[in-house]
Write a protein that binds this ligand. Structure first.
Ligand code: FAD
Ligand code: DHB
Length: 390
């Protein structure tokens, strides 16, 4: 089989890239190891920046997001028993939408299937070949048969555990990493929203985040030990922890309900600055990971794909390779900004067992500052909605 662009991975990066290329008259094939049901039901991120929403709408896959997503104009920090609002729209003129990642994936898969895309789920044994030539290929198993896909370019959109990044020789790679000594315990529950806006809580017991999915389903997280297991946490224990961390002294309490999903997510910052190797380009989590505190992971994947789709369009329609040559440099500016923001939001709001009382007071002083200084709040809000200068 032959195509112009071979895409490894049908996450947000791979599916959106395939869709944007199709709209620009460029052929692609997407290969995904999981099933359609799996990718459409895995619970992950929930916050879409304005730029992400605009791109999805422009690409014709934003109708359900507009109808069912919730537009948020601010969020709250909870600390020292009080709540302080960050007025995102007032400070930046932009807002965010809370719309689950798997709903974005359903919309993208439906659009790709409608367009007759070559999108293969349940593939296995994916390997990349001849990447440093102008005729790279992808070998894989599908339906019990071995296949080879010849292409002009291979785009690695296969997330942090995929095969693409590992296909770049280690000696050529420049990687940066930080592993955090805590994880997030996430729940989905049947309950009305606890608040009109998201709440990021800093508490001496640890961080908590109160988010939402719909008028009847809420998403909440709390910082836990990285060795923790879901089985250790009864529903009662989860609610006691969330109330302890996120209720405020003025009597505002989070609303609990029936928990129907629990999971634990590790926290890592990672960047490979080697986003290109010959005819292989990396996009999204394949190239970089952020801790979830700034809600940047999905948005960064979309930002990479926007740059890459424009560069591939310039290559095929104008015979220009310069945008592809500058892809990593262009994308890395935004990536490092988001890496710093996510690291900073994490450091300001999470408990560290080894933090001294002095360092704990610094966290509180910083939260006081960003919630009272208009200049500091504006810088935070610009990063959160995704319009900070890079
Ligand atoms: P992915 O979504 O990881 O997609 C990669 C795809 O490639 C997957 O479907 C995978 O099955 C497939 N794949 C892997 N290996 C191969 C292979 N060899 N061949 C073919 N296909 C392959 N971000 C937030 O902002 N907030 C959150 O709350 C949040 N929660 C998260 C929870 C979890 C458990 C994880 C893993 C991530 C979370 N993130 C969160 C991050 C966010 O979901 C990611 O940044 C986003 O999914 C990146 O999109 P992507 O397309 O680059 O990668
Ligand atoms: C959600 C996840 C985040 O990482 C975040 O910062 C805000 C919201 C969510 O899943 O709703």
């Amino acid at each position: 089989m032959r195509t112009q662009v071979g895409i490894v991975g049908a996450g947000p990066a791979g599916l959106l890239l395939s869709h944007l290329l199709h709209q620009r008259g460029i052929e692609s094939v997407v290969l995904e190891v999981r099933s359609r049901e799996q990718i459409e039901s895995t619970i992950r991120a929930g916050v879409l920046e304005q730029g992400t929403m605009d791109l999805l709408i422009e690409a014709g896959v934003g109708a359900r997001m507009r109808a069912e997503g919730a537009l948020h104009h601010g969020f709250e920090f909870a600390f020292e028993g009080k709540r302080r609002r960050i007025d995102l729209t007032g400070l930046t003129g932009h807002s965010i939408t809370v719309y689950a990642q798997h709903e974005v994936l359903k919309d993208l898969v439906a659009a790709r299937v409608d367009a007759g895309a070559q999108l293969y789920f349940d593939v296995s044994d994916v390997s990349l070949h001849d990447l440093d030539t102008d005729h790279p290929s992808i070998c894989y198993q599908h339906g019990g048969e071995q296949h080879t896909l010849q292409c002009d370019f291979v785009i690695g959109c296969d997330g942090s555990q995929g095969v693409s990044r590992k296909s770049i020789p280690q000696s050529l790679r420049k990687d940066y990493e930080r592993v955090y000594p805590f994880s997030w315990f996430g729940i989905l529950c049947e309950a009305p929203p606890s608040s009109d806006e998201l709440i990021y809580a800093r508490h001496e017991r640890g961080f908590a985040l109160i988010s939402t999915r719909s008028p009847n389903v809420q998403r909440m997280y709390f910082q836990c030990d990285p060795h923790e297991t879901v089985e250790n946490w009864s529903d009662d224990r989860v609610w006691a922890e969330l109330h302890a961390r996120a209720d405020s002294h003025d009597g505002r309490q989070i609303v609990d309900g029936k928990i129907f999903q629990k999971n634990i997510v590790g926290m890592r910052s990672f960047v490979t600055t080697t986003m290109r190797y010959g005819r292989l380009f990396l996009a999204g989590d394949a190239a970089h990971i952020v801790p979830p505190t700034g809600a940047k992971g999905l948005n960064l994947a979309v930002a990479d794909v926007k740059i890459l789709s424009a560069a591939l369009r310039a290559f095929y329609q104008e015979g220009r390779a310069d945008l592809l040559d500058h892809y990593a440099e262009t994308a890395l500016k935004r990536i490092w900004r988001a890496e710093h923001f996510s690291y900073w939001m994490t450091s300001m709001t999470h408990r560290r067992d080894d933090a001294t009382p002095f360092e704990q007071q610094l966290q509180i002083a910083e939260l006081e500052h960003v919630t009272t200084s208009r200049a500091a709040a504006t810088a935070l809000a610009e990063n959160y909605v995704g319009v900070a200068a890079v």
